[in-house]
Design a protein around this ligand. Sequence first.
Ligand SMILES: Nc1ncnc2c1ncn2[C@@H]1O[C@H](COP(=O)(O)OP(=O)(O)O)[C@@H](O)[C@H]1O
Ligand SMILES: NC(=O)c1ccc[n+]([C@@H]2O[C@H](COP(=O)(O)O)[C@@H](O)[C@H]2O)c1
Length: 467
Amino acid sequence: MYIDFVSRLSALPTPMSLYDITRGGAYDIMKLVMPSREAELVMTSREAELVMLSREVELVMPSREAELVMPSREAELVMTSREAELVMPSREAELVMLSREAELVMPSREAELVMPSREAELVMLSREAELVMPSREAELVMTSREVELVMPSREPELVMTSREAELVMPSREAELLMPSREVELVMTSREAELVMPSREAELLMPSREVELVMTSREAELVMTSREAELVMPSREAELLMPSREVELVMTSREAELVMKSQEAELVIPPFIMPYGVTNGGKTTLTGRLIKNLPNCCVVHQDDFFKPQDQIEFGEDGFKQWDVMTAMDMDAMVSTIKGWMENPVKFARSHGVSVSATNDSDPEREIHILIVEGFILYNYKPLIDVYNKSYYVTIPYEECKRRRSTRTYTVPDPPGLFDGHVWPMYLKHRTEMESNSLDIHYLDGMKSKEELYNQVYEDIQNSLLNAL
Ligand SMILES: Nc1ncnc2c1ncn2[C@@H]1O[C@H](COP(=O)(O)OP(=O)(O)O)[C@@H](O)[C@H]1O
Ligand SMILES: NC(=O)c1ccc[n+]([C@@H]2O[C@H](COP(=O)(O)O)[C@@H](O)[C@H]2O)c1
């Protein structure tokens, strides 16, 4: 469904390729994650000592040890020649393995070599990047704000200073990199012991362990069991990257698994659109819904009125506030686009706390955007992206009464309601009805409570069906 929305969105006036964005982002992050100074720190002797205890240092660093770290059999196991090509093309594979390159594995230029754009694509295609760290983590790692979180100016210095090196990722950084639940799994003291101390370091490298680097238990520790299954199906998880799996990890079946999990876990994006007559109660209803629906954001069309000096007078003698051209619809579309591309980021930047809705599986999240406005169904580029459309109506007398008590940023001049507002409402409604949309009419004369209950229940049912 999400894909469907995105594809619809790409038909909008200023289409933007999600793939390009995320791919570019992933590549940039490869560079950000290991900037030259930090990269040097990563492998300087002291950090190396700290990260991998003395015996491992010997194994990891000197030229001969480079061979030991990846002796031929292990190298074959971890990356058979074809996989090596896939993951790191031949030249990079050489660079990674040779002694001098071992020193250089991480500084900026090498970082690029290790993960040049094509490899970056192979290893970390945007979706896969999300894959490696499940949806919520991927966002943390990938979005610009998270990049700042992962490597804020002070953190690069801290990431591998001695104390951090000891801990690999001290609590604060670890939290930034991986949200609390993963932090607990990956980096609580017990896991820290499992991941790094000498015995484990030994376990990571020798031939048999190479096969077992990601045995089910480790996989569980690093990625919770469900993620482990999704990221690397059980057999792959055991073998990490044997030849067939390497092909499979990124190919269709996994891609499907990943995509499905992404779709299911990250976002089920219903747009709810209370639309209708002015003063029908749209804002009131929306206000209640956003308080009670999970991860619910709102876009108010009223926020997109053009400045007063751009509103022209019409033949009816009034400033034309109630026509489509009074709205900056491009701006509204790009706001909606922002939500579609990253609802979690959108929610956070709009002060909506993102929470899990399903206690038994907190990774599953539903995100909802309510678009509320008085002249929406007549804007064709958006019509198709809504998956639930409501239309609030109230009779003329009630509408006029409510309107007379309302003060807008620009107060209504005398006669505006009868001369402009109501005629425009009737015109737009006729236009909308001729489009035969699937609209749920709401009687705005019902009490606020009744309206809320009716819509809330209806949305809940839709969500259940969507799941
Ligand atoms: N169901 C309702 N019954 C009676 N009055 C309502 C109802 N819903 C909203 N109102 C009142 O109508 C006025 C306009 O409501 P509002 O939600 O701002 O409408 P809209 O956003 O459609 O213009 C407000 O004074 C509000 O308190
Ligand atoms: N928000 C503003 O700046 C502004 C200015 C002039 C008129 N309006 C009125 O707002 C109405 C639409 O908003 P409601 O649906 O919330 O009533 C239109 O009928 C329009 O006449 C709003």
